[in-house]
Ligand binder design. Structure first.
Ligand SMILES: [Zn+2]
Length: 342
């Protein structure tokens, strides 16, 4: 009797916050026991996660920009299953994909393996951790900026938006200061395959792409792939990328037999059309920028000439932020074709 009461209280306690709090993710089942957790917009972006049910636990792909976001997803997952998370995969080293790692071992102290490519683990150590420290020093200025903007705002809707952004920014800084950067505990060079009775999970490094260490998580039986930021529903971010390799890597990934792709951002993708779009876009971006550079174009010239061509061809095929994103991509492409970076 006592136990039943306790259980009822526990159930009530677990479900209560879900009624009150806004969920950070929309969970969509893409195959039996395989889910996409699509991140809702936040001031500090959260990536999507893929959730794979195994016989004895769960495998999660990517952990968002902060432990509280990962904990929010854990709370949502607990409404679907009581299986423990046993494996977490970091697709690459960017802040919005690994900074929530801490939440998993702290929620399941008995053991969670965090898996990444060796290159990604190295990049978290050498570039991710310094970035966290840097952000702790720059966030106060960002917060001051938001406060100044809020003080000037007159439109009620904009004011409410800024107030919410400010709240999230302050919360984020507080969390960054407390965060225990949690590194991958298991790494590999090319592939790591989990064989379970119910399904097989292939974690694959197919070449350099969005970063040098990107991995894909492929479920051959269910024909699902999780692609991190090597492919997603927004405009590609190319800051740490290897554009020519990226085309080859997408080519290899595309040859795998899948029907559904869960990207690091944006909605679930069906079929392979986005792979074709991105490959063509990178090819056009690099060809046009190389031609402009060969013709003596400065960076400013290239910005004008190449963006005119890419805007004409790709507007409407990428999200509304494309005009801004394309400029950053042209700058990256110019650095590559002019030999400033590889
Ligand atoms: Zn991302």
């Amino acid at each position: 009797m006592k136990r039943a009461v306790l259980l009822a209280v526990a159930v009530l306690f677990q479900t209560l916050p879900l009624v009150c709090a806004e969920d950070l993710f929309e969970i969509k089942e893409v195959a039996p026991g395989v889910y996409a957790a699509i991140a809702k917009p936040q001031y500090k972006v959260n990536c999507n996660a893929a959730i794979v049910m195994l016989d004895d636990g769960l495998l999660l792909v990517d952990t968002h920009s902060k432990p509280s976001a990962a904990r929010a997803l854990i709370a949502q997952i607990k409404t679907v299953t009581d299986k423990p998370v046993k494996y977490v995969v970091n697709t690459h080293f960017h802040w919005d994909h690994y900074q929530g790692n801490e939440a998993y071992p702290s929620s399941w102290p008995a053991g969670v393996e965090i898996i990444s490519s060796e290159a990604t683990r190295e990049n978290i150590v050498n570039r991710g951790i310094p970035r966290v420290k840097h952000e702790i020093t720059t966030m106060p200025k960002e917060i001051e900026g938001l406060k100044a903007e809020l003080a000037k705002a007159t439109d009620a809707k904009r004011k409410a938006e800024l107030e919410e952004n400010l709240r999230q920014a302050e919360e984020y800084l507080r969390e960054l200061k407390m965060m225990q950067v949690t590194l991958p505990t298991m790494t590999f060079d090319r592939s790591l395959i989990l064989h379970r009775k119910s399904r097989t999970v292939e974690i694959l490094w197919l070449g350099r792409a969005h970063t040098e260490g990107d991995v894909f998580v492929f479920l051959p039986k269910e024909r699902v792939i999780a692609s991190g930021d090597a492919l997603h529903g927004w405009t590609p971010f190319m800051g740490d990328s290897y554009p020519y390799d990226w085309i080859q890597t997408l080519d290899k990934a595309e040859r795998l037999d899948f029907a559904v792709a869960i990207g690091g951002h944006g909605d679930v993708m069906h079929g392979k059309a986005t792979f074709e779009l991105w490959k063509q876009y990178f090819q056009d971006l690099m060809d046009e920028t190389a031609a402009a550079f060969a013709g003596g174009a400065t960076l400013d010239d290239a910005r004008r000439q190449v963006s005119a061509k890419l805007m004409a061809k790709y507007t409407g095929r990428f999200p509304d932020t494309f005009p801004k994103d394309v400029m950053a991509n042209i700058e990256k492409a110019y650095r590559v074709v002019s030999g400033q970076t590889d």
